[in-house]
Design a protein around this ligand. Structure first.
Ligand code: UT7
Length: 332
């Protein structure tokens, strides 16, 4: 099976830093509560620009790093669960900004699993030869979704974007994607339509029964315990699956780049898998959970630190609203 060559990476994080103490100024919370339970010390918030701005910055850096002509990009796959528009796709906005005039442009939404999903789609397109150069972008502004009176959720998330330019390689690539739609209530953010169609009646009973408060209508809602349990199980299952596909022992993996939702989730799942903690990359301490941007931002940081070497086996693993999950083991 053919794989993916990463030609270039890029990322963008906003300047504004909200450390844990800033949350204590308006919420009954503290660094003493947040750090041991989540690993998060600070996160970045985009205070004055829309989400697509971050995606564009990350995409431009990835294209520059790849040293390609934007006109050579055949496809832009953009992962976001916090788009600025219902339409057009955010991928179209990135296409215009980077000058990728020959590219098709598609948005992908599998929440925090989005970058893994986009990589999986990219690998399939590249394998067929239909597209030769793909720009993958993940950009998220979860600060638009959060209820900043809900101390259990608003402290977890931040804003950021990451991107990678990829082409086909002959190196190994193994992936799996999964979903558990019956657990969607564990993590969701409902679209808050304000339509004025004179023909509308009451909304479907399904919605009326579930979304019975203003917070449930407007903001990210999550059952933290249910997500935690799902995450640990799904991440271990996904890594075992892709390792088995490739005939790898867990010890063969050189570097694990997990979704950064909670340091305890990362530690627990990698411990259950028997992965050496030295091989696990984390940046949640500085950025919090930036949803599908977690993994490509981490990838760009690793690239800039000179820690990506030809022949390495990297594992990406994550989970998110849906609930969805997935993993990739690829040789770079
Ligand atoms: O991409 C996926 C997104 N979702 C997630 O990643 C969520 C995964 N889950 C988690 O990370 C954890 O479940 C949380 C960090 C959300 C919660 O940690 P926990 O150790 O499971 O705490 P808890 O929910 O059991 O709450 C313990 C106590 C509660 O008070 P009482 O009822 O014991 O008096 C909470 O009200 O901590 C309280 N609490 C807080 N206290 C101070 C909850 N949030 C806070 C807070 N500051 N920020």
């Amino acid at each position: 099976m053919s794989g993916i060559e990463i030609l270039g990476t890029g990322s963008f994080v906003p300047d504004f830093i909200a450390d844990n103490n800033k949350f204590s100024e308006f919420l009954d919370t503290s660094d003493e509560w947040i750090t041991p339970r989540t690993g998060i010390k600070e996160r970045r918030i985009m205070t004055d620009k829309p989400n697509y701005y971050m995606g564009v910055q990350a995409a431009k850096k990835a294209v520059e790093d790849a040293n390609i002509d934007p006109k050579d990009i055949d496809l832009i796959l953009l992962s976001t669960c916090s788009p600025d528009f219902f339409y057009p796709s955010m991928a179209c906005l990135v296409q215009k900004a980077v000058g990728a005039e020959n590219a098709a442009a598609i948005d992908v939404n599998s929440a925090c699993t989005g970058f893994i999903t986009a990589m999986d789609i990219a690998q399939k397109y590249l394998a067929t030869g239909h597209y030769k150069t793909i720009l993958i972008v993940a950009t998220e502004k979860l600060s638009n979704h959060l209820d900043y009176t809900d101390r259990s959720m608003c402290i977890l998330f931040g804003d950021a974007a990451g991107a990678a330019v990829v082409r086909k390689s002959d190196k190994p690539f193994y992936s799996m994607l999964g979903a558990s739609g019956d657990e969607f209530e564990a993590l969701y953010c409902k679209v808050n339509y304000d339509a004025n169609c004179p023909f509308h009646g009451d909304d479907m009973p399904f919605y009326n029964n579930i979304f019975d408060t203003e917070a449930k209508q407007k903001y990210l809602q999550s059952d933290g315990h249910a997500v935690y349990k799902f995450a640990v199980n799904a991440m271990t299952k996904a890594v075992k699956n892709v390792a088995a596909q490739g005939g790898y022992d867990i010890g063969d993996i050189d570097l694990v780049v997990p979704h950064q939702a909670n340091l305890r989730i990362i530690k627990k799942s990698t411990e259950m898998l028997g992965i050496d903690p030295e091989k696990v990359y984390t940046n949640i301490q500085r950025l919090g959970n930036v949803s599908s941007a977690c993994i490509p931002v981490a990838l760009d940081e690793l690239n800039k630190q000179g820690r990506l070497h030809s022949g390495m086996k990297i594992c990406f693993v994550g989970f998110g609203a849906g609930l969805t999950y997935g993993a990739i083991i690829m040789e770079i």
